[in-house]
Each structure stands twice: as structure tokens, then as C-alpha cells.
Design a protein around this ligand. Structure first.
Ligand code: NOJ
Length: 553
């Protein structure tokens, strides 16, 4: 592949921003965010510099799992607007150079979906086989995803005297992927939203989605993903599939379609995200370094989606019990800050005691790792959680725009808000967009700057990872290497200043290192050996500029 042409495969150098319509901006002041509100905030997002908006589920839903329980795959939750408002957001975003991807949640439906309502009515229903039914739960029952909230993944239906499968909540019956009609419905849904102008999908719970029901031989379950990707390509030349696949790396590779690709275009790197928190807890980057070293190279056209926080619990399920305990102790010492025995319900800044140096170091890392950075709304201003809201809801509070009423999110009375604002040091009075927009030293301006640097450094999205030895244990030194250029980055995980030696290997005589966050330019010895200083929790990005390179940094 000629990677100097980066015009296609936009996702390889995109900056993705995830938001939930209902908590972003309320236009009609009923306490619930809406599409019209988001349309008024597209300019903010364009100014921030993001290039792809990921909309969490906005479909009609009983809303018992924050919209991940859908009762109509083609609809819009009437609280949020209608199809006209949706198209208006897509159009406005496109006009500002922002693509929109949407959540595709087809592992299950809500139990209020007309298919399930019919399926439950009788064993003879046309829709009965849209779901997974058994006379008895299988002997090798898999564990529930929500321990403490669900006891089993099978629920007895007294009317028809059979059990249905639900990997998630019992009000989310699993669709039967082995039924060709179900597969057709999924593809039709994808076609529908593509026709409305979306540029791809974040697919929910992919490993569960493609797994055939117990005892059913579907051949290769990955055929479904391959078919879906082919369909996407036929309908839209540049639509992307971003998959939620929280599995060890070796298994994730299969979801890209192996070394030849052809399935998911992007996958979240859950492994390195978890290793990052372990490294932060230890003030030692070794765990992250090991994870990055183990991360498989992606097939042509695919990419890792890097993230620090998402809308769910901060899962630590891939760490050992002892490692998880270390992270819990450092960042979630109280029981109420933990959930499902595996995750944390806090946002990053409170976990790092609000230390701006440490917070910035983490985001510098996010934007310097090979792959595609994904932000969760509010991260750019350092929002905290509301610990009065139990479980995952703690991090799903409304966006904080101003220090005014309800943080400028809505003019309704606080009691009518879709979710309560944090009331502590992270309340809108202290943390809001307006304040930070007018402060050149704010986190918002810093993230904006990182986004700009990332966007003009396509080697980060396209490059191969390099890992370097350093003489300081607390420093992670990595690089990105591609025909588009080469950059090295250093991150100090400790609270003390360090001077460290880095060896990047022999370089051409006359090669320079150009600081990407400041004016400094240094000549690099042909041996590629360099000594650098880092402030406590400091970081540096340095472009390796060979003789004749015309880029100025
Ligand atoms: C993963 C989503 O991220 C989560 O929020 C949801 O509860 C489950 N899938 C079920 O849809």
C-alpha cells in the first residue's frame, strides 16, 4: 500500500469524540439533551479539532441500559428529536469536516422491541427464532457480564415455558445470529443509517454478537463480520467499522480479519488502556511498555483505537487479581468507586488528584501512540464524576458548558435534569468550557493543541510503533515510524525531574530533532544517542528530521 496517499482510510488519522445526545446540550430545556442542542455545539467540536463524532445510542428505548436497550433500530428517541434533526446534525458536522459514526447495538434488543414482544407471545411466532430459546439452560452456562446485577444469562419465560438467552441484562434478549433473517435485518439497519449519511459504526459487544448460540455450528463466525464489511464497502466507499472487542491481543487480531484484514477497521485497545492505569498506579511505565510491545501489527488499512476513558466502568478485567487490587487501591480506594468486581466508576482527573501535570502527560501519551485517539465528552475540560450516581452512571453526567445554571447544559430546574451534575470541586462552577476557552493555559487549550499536532503528524496514525531503552526507569520512550516521517516521544511517569539517555539507532549525518511542542531544534549524533531532560510528569514529542526535510516541526 502506498501510504503517502492518506486521503482514503480516514479513520487512520481521525480524532474521534464520543458523546451521548441526552447529556450533551439541551435545546428545548426539558432537561434532556437533544439533536438540536448538539447541532448548536458542532462549531465547538470543529474548533476543538475533532474529525469524527461517535454518537452513543439515540434510538427509541425504554432506557434501562442508557439506550443500549433498543426497541426500534430505525427510529430516533422522541425525547432527542426526529430524523430531520438527525440529518441536520450530520449535515452540519460534514460541513465542518466532521464525520459521524453511530452505535450499532445488534447483539440484543430491548425486551420491548416488537420482535421480542411477538416472540414471547407464542412458540409459533414468526419472530420466535429471532432470539435464542432453550428448554433448559445449557450445562456450561457462561458467566453474566453484570455480576451483582444479574445472576444468570438465561431467563425463564413462564408463558411459553422456555428460557431465553441474555448475555447482558434480562431485559436485553440476545438476537439469534444463526437466523439468516436476523442477519438480513442487521444489514438492512446498517444500510438505512448509511443512507442517512453516517460514516460508519461503533459495533457493540462484537465477540458476543458473532458467537453462535450454544450447540449451533455456523461455520466460521467471522464470516458475518466479513460480509458486513463487504456490504459496507459496496454501499459507501469509505465507511468504517469500529469494534468493541475486549479480548487479549491474539484474539483481537482475528477481528481485524487476521493479517489480511477485511473485518473491523478499528478496535479499541483495552489491553493497553488497562496497562496504562497499572503504570500510573506504579509510577512505572513497564506494564504499558510490555502491553505495547505485545500489541500485534494491524493489517493494512486497520488501526488501534486508543482511549483513556469511556462511558462504561473503567474495566480492569485483563489485569491479574493482584494488579487490579493495586489499581483499585491507588485510584478507587472506596468500595462505592468500584463496580462488578472489575472496574472503576471515576473519571481520570479525580483519580489523579487533579494534578494537571499528570493529567496532561496521560493525554500527551494518548495522542502520541500509533493509532486513532478516542475522547469521551468532557475529557477535554477535565470533568469529574458524580459519585452520588451509582455504577456506570457516575461518569455520564451532563456536559459542563458554563458556570451558570446546570452548567449551561439546560435551563430546566435541576431536579428535571437527565442526570445530576457533580457537586464537588468538579462542579460546573469550577470546570466548564467557557472558563477554559478563555484561558490559554487550560486543559481545553492543551487538548486542542494536542489534536492539532496529531492532525499535522500523520505518521502517528499511520506509523509503526518503536520502543526504546532509556536510562531512567520511570520514562516511556516510544516512536512512530512510517514513510510519512518519524517521531519519538518521551513520557515521565514519576513526580521527579529526570535526565535520560535514549538510543533510537543510527541516523543520517545532519539529522535534527525538532520539538513539536516548542521551538527547540537539536542536532542528533549519527549514533542516534541523545540525552534529554523531562520535568516531573513531563513529556516531549520530537520529530526526527533527516537532512533535506522541509518540515519545520
Ligand atoms: C457495551 C456498552 O458499552 C455498554 O454500555 C452496554 O451496557 C453493553 N454493551 C450492552 O449493550
Amino acid at each position: 500500500m502506498n501510504i503517502t496517499d492518506t486521503s482514503d482510510l480516514w479513520w487512520k488519522s481521525a480524532v474521534v469524540y464520543c458523546l451521548d445526545i441526552e447529556t450533551y446540550m439541551d435545546d428545548n430545556n426539558d432537561g434532556v439533551g437533544d439533536f438540536a442542542g448538539l447541532a448548536r455545539r458542532i462549531d465547538y467540536l470543529a474548533d476543538l479539532g475533532i474529525t469524527c463524532l461517535w454518537l452513543m445510542p439515540f434510538y427509541p428505548s425504554p432506557d434501562r441500559d442508557d439506550g443500549y436497550d433498543i426497541s426500534d433500530f430505525y427510529g430516533i428517541d422522541p425525547r432527542l428529536g426526529n430524523h430531520g434533526d438527525f440529518v441536520e446534525v450530520i449535515r452540519t458536522a460534514k460541513d465542518r469536516g466532521i464525520r459521524v459514526i453511530v452505535d450499532l447495538v445488534v447483539n440484543h434488543t430491548s425486551d420491548k422491541h416488537p420482535w421480542f414482544v411477538s416472540a414471547k407471545r407464542s412458540r409459533d411466532s414468526f419472530y420466535r427464532d429471532f432470539y435464542v430459546w432453550r428448554d433448559e439452560p445449557p450445562a456450561n452456562e457462561q458467566p453474566t457480564v453484570f455480576p451483582g446485577e444479574e445472576a444468570s444469562v438465561w431467563e425463564h419465560d413462564p408463558r411459553t415455558d422456555q428460557y431465553f438467552q441474555h448475555v447482558f441484562y434480562k431485559h436485553q434478549p440476545d438476537l439469534n445470529i444463526a437466523n439468516p433473517r436476523v442477519r438480513d435485518e442487521i444489514v438492512k439497519t446498517v444500510g438505512f443509517w448509511l443512507a442517512l449519511g453516517v460514516s460508519g459504526f461503533r459495533i457493540d459487544a462484537v465477540p458476543f454478537l458473532i458467537e453462535p448460540p450454544d450447540g449451533v455450528d455456523l461455520g466460521d463466525p467471522h464470516d458475518f463480520l466479513r460480509d458486513l464489511k463487504r456490504f459496507l464497502q459496496r454501499r459507501s466507499s469509505d465507511a468504517a467499522l469500529l469494534g468493541e472487542v475486549n479480548l487479549p491481543f491474539a484474539e483481537q487480531l482475528d477481528f481485524f480479519g487476521g493479517e489480511r484484514g477485511g473485518e473491523l477497521d478499528l478496535q479499541f485497545d483495552f489491553m493497553s488502556m488497562q496497562a496504562l492505569y497499572l503504570s500510573l498506579a506504579r509510577s512505572d511505565p513497564s506494564a504499558l511498555r510490555e502491553s505495547l510491545a505485545a500489541r500485534p501489527a494491524v493489517p493494512d488499512g486497520a488501526a488501534w483505537a486508543n482511549f483513556v476513558r469511556n462511558h462504561d466502568e473503567l474495566t480492569l478485567d485483563k489485569l491479574s487479581d493482584a494488579e487490579r487490587e493495586e489499581v483499585f487501591e491507588a485510584f478507587a480506594p472506596e468500595e462505592y468507586q468500584r463496580v462488578y468486581g472489575r472496574g472503576i466508576t471515576r473519571r481520570l482527573p479525580p483519580m489523579l488528584d487533579g494534578d494537571p501535570r499528570r493529567i496532561r502527560m496521560v493525554y500527551s501519551l494518548l495522542f502520541s501512540l500509533p493509532g486513532t485517539p478516542v475522547l469521551f465528552y468532557g475529557e477535554e475540560i477535565g470533568m469529574g464524576e458524580n459519585s452520588d450516581v451509582p455504577g456506570r452512571g457516575a461518569v455520564r453526567t451532563p456536559m459542563q458548558w458554563t458556570d451558570g445554571k446546570n452548567g449551561g447544559f439546560s435551563q430546566t430546574s435541576p431536579g428535571r435534569l437527565v442526570a445530576p451534575m457533580p457537586g464537588d470541586g468538579y462542579s460546573p462552577e469550577h470546570v466548564n468550557v467557557l472558563k477554559q476557552r478563555n484561558d490559554p493555559d487550560s486543559l481545553l487549550q492543551f487538548i486542542r493543541h494536542l489534536i492539532r499536532r496529531y492532525r499535522v503528524s500523520p505518521e502517528i496514525g499511520w506509523g509503526e510503533l518503536e520502543l526504546f531503552e532509556t536510562s531512567a526507569d520511570g520514562v516511556l520512550a516510544h516512536g512512530v515510524l512510517s514513510p510519512l516521517g518519524r517521531m519519538i516521544a518521551l513520557h515521565n511517569f514519576t513526580a521527579v525531574p529526570v535526565r535520560t539517555r535514549v538510543e533510537i539507532g543510527a541516523v543520517e549525518e545532519g539529522t535534527m530533532l525538532l520539538d513539536l511542542h516548542g521551538p527547540e531544534r537539536m542536532a542528533l549524533d549519527v549514533s542516534g544517542r541523545v540525552e534529554l531532560e523531562l520535568a516531573p510528569y513531563g513529556f516531549r514529542w520530537l520529530r526526527v528530521s533527516p537532512p533535506g526535510d522541509t518540515r519545520i516541526g
